[in-house]
Design a protein around this ligand. Structure first.
Ligand code: ZN
Length: 285
């Protein structure tokens, strides 16, 4: 069981994946990741996936479709020896932290580490183009060796009401990629209830006095019993437990009359159509 806050370090200091992909049988977490070269064949395949979805797939599913084609080694698996359906199954079962980091590592390998993130000041509306070196992104790393170690217990005061139970603790595991893959839109990192429902069902695996008999804890009737304060607390715990990249940026508005400080996630910047487009590159490169 994880007892403490995760360590945070820049991506350049993370070796391989932040959590790792579980080996079948032993549950040992393997952190190896590598890609095949991204050539014309892959470019055409990805364009076709994008086109067939008419206007593009939702963020999560698009990332899945790119990675299943371009990953070479994924933890204990040699992806190029497996068919696409098997690769997708393994990826959706992997941790969110690892899949999102792989997506960023692929951007670095294919197009370099510099990316222009676009923000709008929430106070004056000014557009801010902010250049980021992706290797400087902070990554939360839980430092665990086996999938059984990945459970984290949160003691809750005042207690939480889940269904009929009054709980002084809840147990979470790092969210898998599955809820992000199934997200209906670009809801990552938001508190949209459609995303939270998927995230809670995947990540909240135990609570005091709630018997699950090995099934999902957050079934519909328990979800519907949650109060606002507990939805907010659980969303925070899911975030704290998920690990992986911190995609928020601290900014100071450059507008002389404004100069306000704020923290934001760049809307749209992480989607495939921008993140892998020349528009995301600094000018003159
Ligand atoms: Zn401003």
């Amino acid at each position: 069981m994880i007892e403490k806050e995760y360590d945070k370090k820049p991506l350049r200091d993370v070796e391989g994946l932040p959590i790792g992909v579980a080996k079948e049988g032993t549950g040992e977490l393997v952190k190896t990741v590598s890609f095949i070269p991204w050539g014309w064949k892959e470019e055409k395949e990805i364009a076709k996936v994008n086109e067939e979805a008419k206007g593009g797939l939702p963020l999560g599913e698009m990332i899945t479709q790119i990675l299943v084609r371009l990953l070479n080694v994924w933890g204990p698996y040699k992806f190029q020896d497996l068919d696409l359906a098997e690769r997708e199954l393994h990826l959706r079962n992997s941790f969110f932290a690892d899949v999102f980091i792989a997506y960023i590592l692929l951007r670095i390998e294919a197009m370099g580490e510099l990316v222009i993130l676009v923000f709008y000041c929430p106070y004056c509306g000014k557009q801010i183009n902010y250049e980021v070196d992706l290797r400087d992104i902070d990554v939360f790393v839980p430092e665990i060796g086996s999938v059984e170690d990945a459970v984290r217990r949160f003691h809750v005061a005042p207690p939480m009401r889940i269904g009929e139970a009054i709980c002084t603790y809840v147990d979470l595991r790092p969210m898998r990629w599955e809820p992000v893959h199934c997200m209906p839109g670009d809801l990552l990192g938001t508190s949209d209830p459609r995303f939270l429902e998927l995230a809670f069902a995947d990540s909240v695996i135990g609570a005091e006095g709630v018997e699950t008999h090995g099934a999902t804890l957050m079934i519909e009737e328990r979800l519907e019993s949650l109060r606002k304060i507990d939805i907010t607390r659980l969303a925070g715990y899911v975030d704290d437990t998920a690990g992986g990249p911190d995609i928020g940026t601290n900014l100071t508005c450059p507008e002389p009359k404004c100069k306000k400080e704020f923290r934001a996630v760049s809307e749209g910047a992480w989607g495939y159509n921008y993140f892998f487009d020349s528009a995301s590159l600094p000018k003159g490169r």
